[in-house]
Design a protein around this ligand. Structure first.
Ligand code: PXG
Length: 464
Protein backbone atom coordinates (compact mmCIF):
# COMPACT_ATOMS: atom_id res chain seq x y z
CA UNK A 1 0.00 0.00 0.00
CA UNK A 2 2.72 2.50 0.86
CA UNK A 3 4.39 1.85 -2.54
CA UNK A 4 1.21 3.06 -4.22
CA UNK A 5 2.58 6.41 -5.26
CA UNK A 6 5.45 4.99 -7.25
CA UNK A 7 3.68 2.11 -8.96
CA UNK A 8 0.40 3.34 -10.39
CA UNK A 9 0.17 5.38 -13.58
CA UNK A 10 -0.50 9.07 -13.05
CA UNK A 11 -4.09 9.03 -14.29
CA UNK A 12 -5.01 6.23 -11.87
CA UNK A 13 -3.46 8.13 -8.97
CA UNK A 14 -5.38 11.23 -10.03
CA UNK A 15 -8.67 9.31 -10.16
CA UNK A 16 -8.11 7.82 -6.70
CA UNK A 17 -7.13 11.23 -5.38
CA UNK A 18 -10.27 12.84 -6.80
CA UNK A 19 -12.44 10.04 -5.39
CA UNK A 20 -11.22 10.14 -1.79
CA UNK A 21 -9.00 13.10 -1.00
CA UNK A 22 -10.29 16.60 -0.28
CA UNK A 23 -7.66 19.30 -0.83
CA UNK A 24 -7.27 22.55 1.14
CA UNK A 25 -8.51 25.74 -0.55
CA UNK A 26 -9.58 23.77 -3.65
CA UNK A 27 -12.77 23.01 -5.52
CA UNK A 28 -12.72 19.21 -5.68
CA UNK A 29 -15.04 19.19 -8.67
CA UNK A 30 -12.75 21.45 -10.65
CA UNK A 31 -9.66 19.48 -9.63
CA UNK A 32 -11.28 16.17 -10.58
CA UNK A 33 -11.73 17.57 -14.09
CA UNK A 34 -8.04 18.13 -14.66
CA UNK A 35 -6.30 15.88 -12.11
CA UNK A 36 -3.89 16.91 -9.37
CA UNK A 37 -0.17 17.19 -10.03
CA UNK A 38 1.40 14.20 -8.26
CA UNK A 39 4.78 14.95 -6.66
CA UNK A 40 6.81 11.84 -5.98
CA UNK A 41 10.35 12.89 -5.03
CA UNK A 42 12.48 15.93 -4.28
CA UNK A 43 16.12 16.79 -3.77
CA UNK A 44 17.68 20.16 -3.00
CA UNK A 45 15.40 22.68 -4.72
CA UNK A 46 14.06 20.27 -7.35
CA UNK A 47 10.73 18.43 -7.36
CA UNK A 48 9.95 15.43 -9.55
CA UNK A 49 6.39 14.53 -10.52
CA UNK A 50 4.89 11.12 -11.32
CA UNK A 51 5.67 11.53 -15.02
CA UNK A 52 9.32 12.24 -14.28
CA UNK A 53 9.11 16.01 -14.96
CA UNK A 54 11.44 18.14 -12.86
CA UNK A 55 10.55 21.57 -11.49
CA UNK A 56 12.48 24.18 -9.55
CA UNK A 57 10.47 24.70 -6.38
CA UNK A 58 10.62 28.45 -5.88
CA UNK A 59 8.07 28.11 -3.02
CA UNK A 60 10.01 25.70 -0.76
CA UNK A 61 6.83 23.64 -0.57
CA UNK A 62 4.58 26.11 1.22
CA UNK A 63 7.26 28.58 2.39
CA UNK A 64 8.77 25.94 4.65
CA UNK A 65 11.53 23.69 3.27
CA UNK A 66 14.29 26.07 4.31
CA UNK A 67 17.16 23.55 4.27
CA UNK A 68 15.99 22.03 0.98
CA UNK A 69 14.72 18.55 0.24
CA UNK A 70 16.44 15.23 0.81
CA UNK A 71 18.52 15.79 3.94
CA UNK A 72 19.09 12.28 5.31
CA UNK A 73 20.14 13.66 8.70
CA UNK A 74 16.53 14.66 9.42
CA UNK A 75 15.20 11.26 8.36
CA UNK A 76 17.80 9.60 10.60
CA UNK A 77 16.89 11.86 13.53
CA UNK A 78 13.21 10.92 13.11
CA UNK A 79 13.96 7.20 12.85
CA UNK A 80 16.25 7.27 15.90
CA UNK A 81 13.65 9.12 17.96
CA UNK A 82 10.80 6.86 16.80
CA UNK A 83 12.74 3.81 17.93
CA UNK A 84 13.72 5.30 21.28
CA UNK A 85 10.53 7.15 22.29
CA UNK A 86 7.98 7.66 19.50
CA UNK A 87 5.52 9.55 21.68
CA UNK A 88 5.09 10.90 25.10
CA UNK A 89 3.20 13.95 26.26
CA UNK A 90 4.36 17.02 28.11
CA UNK A 91 1.26 17.36 30.31
CA UNK A 92 1.03 16.34 33.99
CA UNK A 93 4.53 17.37 35.06
CA UNK A 94 6.28 15.22 32.46
CA UNK A 95 8.93 16.01 29.88
CA UNK A 96 11.40 14.32 27.53
CA UNK A 97 14.83 15.02 26.09
CA UNK A 98 13.85 16.24 22.57
CA UNK A 99 11.47 18.91 23.99
CA UNK A 100 14.11 20.02 26.52
CA UNK A 101 16.85 20.22 23.91
CA UNK A 102 14.74 22.04 21.33
CA UNK A 103 13.49 24.60 23.87
CA UNK A 104 17.05 25.31 24.90
CA UNK A 105 18.22 25.66 21.28
CA UNK A 106 15.37 28.07 20.54
CA UNK A 107 16.27 30.17 23.57
CA UNK A 108 19.82 30.35 22.20
CA UNK A 109 18.75 31.41 18.69
CA UNK A 110 16.09 33.95 19.65
CA UNK A 111 16.69 37.50 20.95
CA UNK A 112 18.01 37.58 24.56
CA UNK A 113 14.64 38.45 26.18
CA UNK A 114 12.91 35.41 24.65
CA UNK A 115 13.67 32.19 26.51
CA UNK A 116 10.45 30.15 26.64
CA UNK A 117 8.40 28.22 24.13
CA UNK A 118 4.89 26.73 24.23
CA UNK A 119 4.76 24.03 21.54
CA UNK A 120 2.05 23.30 19.00
CA UNK A 121 1.96 21.26 15.78
CA UNK A 122 1.32 24.11 13.34
CA UNK A 123 1.23 27.86 12.93
CA UNK A 124 -2.56 27.85 13.26
CA UNK A 125 -2.43 26.06 16.58
CA UNK A 126 0.31 28.37 17.82
CA UNK A 127 -1.75 31.45 16.95
CA UNK A 128 -4.75 29.92 18.72
CA UNK A 129 -2.46 29.57 21.73
CA UNK A 130 -1.58 33.24 21.36
CA UNK A 131 -5.21 34.39 21.43
CA UNK A 132 -5.93 32.55 24.66
CA UNK A 133 -2.53 33.37 26.07
CA UNK A 134 -2.59 37.16 25.67
CA UNK A 135 -6.12 37.38 27.10
CA UNK A 136 -5.14 35.17 30.03
CA UNK A 137 -1.96 37.19 30.54
CA UNK A 138 -3.91 40.42 31.01
CA UNK A 139 -6.56 38.74 33.17
CA UNK A 140 -3.80 37.40 35.43
CA UNK A 141 -2.41 40.92 35.70
CA UNK A 142 -5.80 42.16 36.87
CA UNK A 143 -7.11 43.47 33.50
CA UNK A 144 -9.66 40.90 32.29
CA UNK A 145 -11.27 43.53 30.05
CA UNK A 146 -8.06 43.82 27.97
CA UNK A 147 -9.17 41.33 25.29
CA UNK A 148 -9.21 42.95 21.86
CA UNK A 149 -6.55 41.85 19.41
CA UNK A 150 -5.74 44.23 16.56
CA UNK A 151 -4.59 42.69 13.30
CA UNK A 152 -4.64 43.53 9.60
CA UNK A 153 -6.72 43.02 6.48
CA UNK A 154 -5.05 40.56 4.09
CA UNK A 155 -2.98 39.05 6.90
CA UNK A 156 -2.60 35.27 7.09
CA UNK A 157 -2.31 33.67 10.50
CA UNK A 158 -3.75 30.20 9.87
CA UNK A 159 -6.93 28.34 9.12
CA UNK A 160 -8.39 27.32 12.49
CA UNK A 161 -11.33 29.33 13.89
CA UNK A 162 -9.08 31.51 16.03
CA UNK A 163 -6.14 31.95 13.70
CA UNK A 164 -8.33 32.59 10.64
CA UNK A 165 -10.13 35.24 12.69
CA UNK A 166 -6.76 36.90 13.27
CA UNK A 167 -6.16 36.63 9.55
CA UNK A 168 -7.68 39.22 7.28
CA UNK A 169 -8.78 37.04 4.37
CA UNK A 170 -12.42 37.83 3.57
CA UNK A 171 -13.16 34.54 1.75
CA UNK A 172 -11.95 32.68 4.84
CA UNK A 173 -14.15 34.75 7.16
CA UNK A 174 -17.12 33.96 4.93
CA UNK A 175 -16.70 30.24 5.58
CA UNK A 176 -17.78 29.49 9.11
CA UNK A 177 -18.90 32.85 10.42
CA UNK A 178 -15.61 34.49 11.36
CA UNK A 179 -14.08 36.44 12.94
CA UNK A 180 -14.66 35.50 16.57
CA UNK A 181 -15.48 38.48 18.86
CA UNK A 182 -12.93 41.09 19.90
CA UNK A 183 -10.72 40.95 16.83
CA UNK A 184 -10.27 44.26 14.96
CA UNK A 185 -8.64 44.62 11.52
CA UNK A 186 -6.74 47.67 10.27
CA UNK A 187 -5.31 48.24 6.77
CA UNK A 188 -2.14 46.55 5.58
CA UNK A 189 0.99 48.56 4.64
CA UNK A 190 0.73 47.80 0.91
CA UNK A 191 2.17 50.94 -0.69
CA UNK A 192 2.08 49.53 -4.25
CA UNK A 193 -1.67 48.99 -4.14
CA UNK A 194 -2.85 51.82 -1.91
CA UNK A 195 -0.02 54.35 -1.51
CA UNK A 196 -1.23 56.62 -4.30
CA UNK A 197 0.95 59.74 -4.45
CA UNK A 198 2.30 59.38 -0.91
CA UNK A 199 5.94 58.50 -0.39
CA UNK A 200 6.38 54.95 0.94
CA UNK A 201 7.74 56.45 4.20
CA UNK A 202 4.70 58.66 4.80
CA UNK A 203 2.38 55.85 3.82
CA UNK A 204 4.08 53.48 6.27
CA UNK A 205 3.51 55.97 9.09
CA UNK A 206 -0.10 56.55 8.06
CA UNK A 207 -0.86 52.82 8.09
CA UNK A 208 0.92 52.28 11.42
CA UNK A 209 -1.05 55.14 12.98
CA UNK A 210 -4.27 53.29 12.19
CA UNK A 211 -3.21 51.12 15.12
CA UNK A 212 -3.16 54.13 17.40
CA UNK A 213 -6.54 55.28 16.10
CA UNK A 214 -8.01 51.84 16.81
CA UNK A 215 -6.51 51.75 20.31
CA UNK A 216 -7.88 55.21 21.05
CA UNK A 217 -11.27 54.17 19.69
CA UNK A 218 -11.58 51.18 22.04
CA UNK A 219 -9.43 52.53 24.87
CA UNK A 220 -6.04 50.99 25.67
CA UNK A 221 -7.62 49.31 28.71
CA UNK A 222 -9.55 47.04 26.31
CA UNK A 223 -6.76 46.15 23.86
CA UNK A 224 -4.59 43.10 24.56
CA UNK A 225 -2.25 42.82 21.60
CA UNK A 226 -1.33 43.62 18.03
CA UNK A 227 -0.28 40.80 15.70
CA UNK A 228 1.47 41.06 12.33
CA UNK A 229 3.74 39.17 10.00
CA UNK A 230 7.03 41.13 9.73
CA UNK A 231 6.58 40.69 5.97
CA UNK A 232 3.13 39.47 4.86
CA UNK A 233 3.62 36.17 3.04
CA UNK A 234 0.38 34.61 1.83
CA UNK A 235 -0.98 38.15 1.31
CA UNK A 236 1.49 38.53 -1.59
CA UNK A 237 4.91 39.23 0.00
CA UNK A 238 4.10 42.77 1.01
CA UNK A 239 7.34 44.35 2.23
CA UNK A 240 6.33 47.25 4.48
CA UNK A 241 7.91 50.70 4.18
CA UNK A 242 10.85 51.14 6.58
CA UNK A 243 8.88 53.53 8.75
CA UNK A 244 6.11 51.04 9.48
CA UNK A 245 7.38 48.60 12.11
CA UNK A 246 9.25 51.06 14.35
CA UNK A 247 6.07 53.12 14.54
CA UNK A 248 3.96 50.04 15.33
CA UNK A 249 6.35 49.15 18.12
CA UNK A 250 6.33 52.69 19.51
CA UNK A 251 2.53 52.66 19.63
CA UNK A 252 2.39 49.22 21.31
CA UNK A 253 4.84 50.36 24.01
CA UNK A 254 3.11 53.70 24.56
CA UNK A 255 -0.28 52.04 25.13
CA UNK A 256 1.03 48.95 26.93
CA UNK A 257 -0.24 46.37 24.50
CA UNK A 258 1.60 43.19 23.58
CA UNK A 259 3.35 42.94 20.22
CA UNK A 260 3.10 39.55 18.51
CA UNK A 261 5.31 38.92 15.47
CA UNK A 262 4.01 36.03 13.40
CA UNK A 263 7.31 34.53 12.25
CA UNK A 264 5.79 31.41 10.69
CA UNK A 265 7.16 32.35 7.26
CA UNK A 266 9.74 35.00 8.18
CA UNK A 267 11.47 32.90 10.85
CA UNK A 268 14.54 30.70 10.48
CA UNK A 269 16.46 32.66 7.88
CA UNK A 270 13.81 33.61 5.35
CA UNK A 271 14.55 37.35 5.53
CA UNK A 272 18.33 36.92 5.80
CA UNK A 273 18.44 36.92 9.60
CA UNK A 274 17.14 34.29 12.01
CA UNK A 275 13.87 36.17 12.51
CA UNK A 276 11.95 38.73 10.49
CA UNK A 277 11.60 40.93 13.58
CA UNK A 278 15.39 41.31 13.63
CA UNK A 279 15.30 42.38 9.98
CA UNK A 280 12.53 44.89 10.82
CA UNK A 281 14.39 46.09 13.92
CA UNK A 282 11.63 45.28 16.42
CA UNK A 283 11.50 43.47 19.75
CA UNK A 284 8.23 41.55 20.01
CA UNK A 285 6.78 40.10 23.21
CA UNK A 286 5.63 36.92 21.47
CA UNK A 287 6.73 35.24 18.25
CA UNK A 288 4.73 32.57 16.40
CA UNK A 289 6.87 29.89 14.76
CA UNK A 290 6.25 26.83 12.54
CA UNK A 291 7.23 25.92 8.94
CA UNK A 292 11.03 26.58 8.79
CA UNK A 293 11.40 25.37 12.40
CA UNK A 294 11.54 21.82 11.00
CA UNK A 295 11.91 22.84 7.34
CA UNK A 296 8.53 21.14 6.95
CA UNK A 297 10.00 17.66 7.54
CA UNK A 298 7.72 17.23 10.58
CA UNK A 299 4.67 19.22 11.73
CA UNK A 300 5.70 21.49 14.60
CA UNK A 301 5.05 25.07 15.68
CA UNK A 302 5.05 27.14 18.81
CA UNK A 303 4.72 30.44 20.63
CA UNK A 304 7.95 32.01 21.84
CA UNK A 305 7.48 34.20 24.90
CA UNK A 306 9.41 37.08 26.40
CA UNK A 307 10.63 36.64 29.96
CA UNK A 308 7.95 39.06 31.20
CA UNK A 309 5.09 37.18 29.49
CA UNK A 310 6.51 33.79 30.47
CA UNK A 311 6.76 34.84 34.12
CA UNK A 312 3.08 35.79 34.33
CA UNK A 313 1.99 32.67 32.45
CA UNK A 314 4.20 30.41 34.55
CA UNK A 315 2.53 31.75 37.69
CA UNK A 316 -0.86 30.62 36.42
CA UNK A 317 -2.15 27.17 35.52
CA UNK A 318 -2.85 27.94 31.83
CA UNK A 319 -5.63 25.51 30.82
CA UNK A 320 -4.30 24.94 27.32
CA UNK A 321 -2.29 22.37 25.37
CA UNK A 322 -2.31 19.87 22.55
CA UNK A 323 -1.73 16.09 22.52
CA UNK A 324 1.25 16.76 20.30
CA UNK A 325 2.66 19.84 22.11
CA UNK A 326 6.38 19.09 22.00
CA UNK A 327 5.98 15.82 20.07
CA UNK A 328 9.32 14.02 20.52
CA UNK A 329 9.80 13.03 16.87
CA UNK A 330 8.91 16.51 15.61
CA UNK A 331 11.22 18.06 18.21
CA UNK A 332 14.10 15.77 17.23
CA UNK A 333 13.63 16.64 13.56
CA UNK A 334 13.41 20.38 14.32
CA UNK A 335 16.53 20.21 16.45
CA UNK A 336 18.50 18.55 13.66
CA UNK A 337 17.15 21.11 11.19
CA UNK A 338 18.28 24.00 13.42
CA UNK A 339 21.68 22.36 13.89
CA UNK A 340 22.15 22.21 10.12
CA UNK A 341 20.88 25.77 9.53
CA UNK A 342 23.24 26.98 12.24
CA UNK A 343 26.38 24.88 11.77
CA UNK A 344 26.36 25.01 7.97
CA UNK A 345 25.97 28.80 8.16
CA UNK A 346 22.90 28.68 5.91
CA UNK A 347 21.16 31.67 7.51
CA UNK A 348 24.35 33.75 7.47
CA UNK A 349 24.96 32.87 3.83
CA UNK A 350 21.45 34.00 2.85
CA UNK A 351 22.10 37.36 4.52
CA UNK A 352 25.59 37.95 3.15
CA UNK A 353 25.57 36.26 -0.28
CA UNK A 354 22.44 34.61 -1.61
CA UNK A 355 19.94 37.36 -0.82
CA UNK A 356 22.03 40.21 -2.31
CA UNK A 357 22.50 38.12 -5.46
CA UNK A 358 18.81 37.19 -5.62
CA UNK A 359 17.87 40.86 -5.14
CA UNK A 360 19.88 42.00 -8.14
CA UNK A 361 18.46 39.25 -10.35
CA UNK A 362 14.87 39.39 -9.10
CA UNK A 363 14.61 43.17 -9.35
CA UNK A 364 15.69 42.94 -13.01
CA UNK A 365 12.21 41.48 -13.66
CA UNK A 366 10.89 45.04 -13.15
CA UNK A 367 12.15 45.67 -16.71
CA UNK A 368 9.55 43.28 -18.10
CA UNK A 369 6.63 45.15 -19.70
CA UNK A 370 4.11 43.22 -17.57
CA UNK A 371 5.72 44.00 -14.21
CA UNK A 372 4.66 46.93 -12.01
CA UNK A 373 7.09 46.17 -9.18
CA UNK A 374 9.63 43.47 -8.35
CA UNK A 375 10.75 43.35 -4.72
CA UNK A 376 12.50 40.86 -2.51
CA UNK A 377 13.76 40.76 1.06
CA UNK A 378 16.05 37.93 2.04
CA UNK A 379 14.65 35.08 0.01
CA UNK A 380 10.99 36.08 -0.11
CA UNK A 381 9.97 38.10 -3.14
CA UNK A 382 7.10 39.11 -5.33
CA UNK A 383 6.27 40.77 -8.60
CA UNK A 384 3.07 42.66 -9.30
CA UNK A 385 1.63 42.05 -12.76
CA UNK A 386 0.15 45.15 -14.35
CA UNK A 387 -1.27 46.20 -17.72
CA UNK A 388 0.20 49.68 -17.10
CA UNK A 389 3.31 49.33 -14.91
CA UNK A 390 4.21 53.04 -14.90
CA UNK A 391 0.95 53.80 -13.10
CA UNK A 392 0.85 50.66 -10.91
CA UNK A 393 -2.54 49.99 -12.47
CA UNK A 394 -4.51 46.82 -11.73
CA UNK A 395 -6.19 44.79 -14.48
CA UNK A 396 -9.81 45.40 -15.44
CA UNK A 397 -10.29 41.59 -15.50
CA UNK A 398 -11.14 39.83 -12.24
CA UNK A 399 -8.23 39.89 -9.80
CA UNK A 400 -6.19 36.73 -10.16
CA UNK A 401 -6.97 36.12 -13.84
CA UNK A 402 -3.51 37.21 -14.99
CA UNK A 403 -1.82 35.61 -11.97
CA UNK A 404 -3.40 32.24 -12.67
CA UNK A 405 -2.34 32.32 -16.33
CA UNK A 406 1.20 33.19 -15.22
CA UNK A 407 1.28 30.39 -12.66
CA UNK A 408 0.34 27.82 -15.30
CA UNK A 409 3.07 29.11 -17.60
CA UNK A 410 5.53 28.83 -14.71
CA UNK A 411 4.62 25.17 -14.20
CA UNK A 412 5.04 24.55 -17.91
CA UNK A 413 8.44 26.27 -17.79
CA UNK A 414 9.63 24.01 -14.94
CA UNK A 415 9.11 26.54 -12.16
CA UNK A 416 6.80 26.48 -9.14
CA UNK A 417 5.70 30.03 -8.28
CA UNK A 418 2.53 30.81 -6.39
CA UNK A 419 0.13 33.54 -7.45
CA UNK A 420 -1.66 35.76 -4.96
CA UNK A 421 -4.23 37.63 -6.99
CA UNK A 422 -2.10 39.21 -9.70
CA UNK A 423 1.13 39.06 -7.71
CA UNK A 424 3.60 36.23 -8.26
CA UNK A 425 5.52 35.21 -5.16
CA UNK A 426 8.65 33.21 -4.42
CA UNK A 427 10.17 31.76 -1.27
CA UNK A 428 12.75 29.20 -2.42
CA UNK A 429 14.75 26.86 -0.16
CA UNK A 430 17.51 28.86 1.55
CA UNK A 431 20.13 26.50 0.08
CA UNK A 432 19.39 27.69 -3.45
CA UNK A 433 22.63 28.37 -5.38
CA UNK A 434 23.44 31.36 -7.57
CA UNK A 435 23.12 29.17 -10.70
CA UNK A 436 19.69 28.03 -9.54
CA UNK A 437 18.68 31.65 -8.93
CA UNK A 438 19.68 32.39 -12.54
CA UNK A 439 17.51 29.48 -13.70
CA UNK A 440 14.62 30.67 -11.53
CA UNK A 441 14.72 34.20 -12.94
CA UNK A 442 15.18 32.98 -16.55
CA UNK A 443 12.15 30.73 -16.22
CA UNK A 444 10.13 33.49 -14.58
CA UNK A 445 10.96 35.80 -17.50
CA UNK A 446 9.90 33.12 -20.02
CA UNK A 447 6.62 32.62 -18.14
CA UNK A 448 6.05 36.38 -18.10
CA UNK A 449 6.60 36.56 -21.87
CA UNK A 450 4.05 33.80 -22.46
CA UNK A 451 1.60 35.40 -20.02
CA UNK A 452 1.98 38.76 -21.73
CA UNK A 453 1.25 37.22 -25.12
CA UNK A 454 -1.80 35.33 -23.78
CA UNK A 455 -3.20 38.43 -22.10
CA UNK A 456 -2.80 40.44 -25.31
CA UNK A 457 -4.36 37.66 -27.43
CA UNK A 458 -7.31 37.42 -25.06
CA UNK A 459 -7.83 41.20 -24.86
CA UNK A 460 -7.05 41.23 -21.15
CA UNK A 461 -4.42 43.99 -21.10
CA UNK A 462 -6.97 46.66 -20.17
CA UNK A 463 -6.38 48.58 -16.95
CA UNK A 464 -9.27 48.72 -14.48
N1 PXG B 1 1.08 32.32 10.16
C1 PXG B 1 1.59 32.61 8.95
C2 PXG B 1 2.31 33.91 8.78
C3 PXG B 1 1.47 31.71 7.89
O1 PXG B 1 1.98 32.03 6.70
C4 PXG B 1 0.26 30.24 9.39
C5 PXG B 1 0.43 31.17 10.39
C6 PXG B 1 -0.46 28.98 9.70
O2 PXG B 1 0.41 27.92 9.76
P1 PXG B 1 -0.13 26.42 9.52
O3 PXG B 1 1.07 25.59 9.87
O4 PXG B 1 -1.24 26.19 10.45
O5 PXG B 1 -0.58 26.33 8.09
C7 PXG B 1 0.80 30.50 8.12
C8 PXG B 1 0.62 29.48 7.03
C9 PXG B 1 -0.23 30.08 0.97
C10 PXG B 1 -0.27 29.41 2.29
O6 PXG B 1 -0.96 29.64 0.07
C11 PXG B 1 0.36 29.98 3.39
C12 PXG B 1 0.27 29.33 4.63
C13 PXG B 1 -0.41 28.13 4.73
C14 PXG B 1 -1.02 27.58 3.63
C15 PXG B 1 -0.97 28.21 2.40
O7 PXG B 1 0.52 31.02 0.78
N2 PXG B 1 0.85 29.95 5.71
Amino acid sequence: MNMLTNHLPTDELQKLDAAHHMHPFTSGTELAGKGARVITRAKGVTLTDSDGNEMLDAMAGLWCVNIGYGRDELADAAARQMKELPYYNTFFHTTHVPAIALSQKLAELTPPHINNVFFASSGSEANDTNIRLVRTYWAEKGHPEKKIIITRHNAYHGSSVGSASLGGMKPMHAHGGLPIPDIHHIDEPNWYAAGGDMSPEDFGLERARQLETAIEHYGADRVAAFIGEPVQGAGGVIIPPETYWPEIERICRKHDILLIADEVICGFGRTGKWFGSETMGITPDIMTIAKGLSSGYAPIGGSLLSDEVAKVMNDCDFAHGYTYSGHPVACAVALENLRILDEEGIVDRVGSETAPYAKEKWESLADHPLVGEARIIGLMGSIALSPDPANRAPFKADTGTAGLICREHCFNSGLVMRHVGDRMVISPPLVITKDEIDTLVDRAWQALDKTHKDLKDKGLMEAG
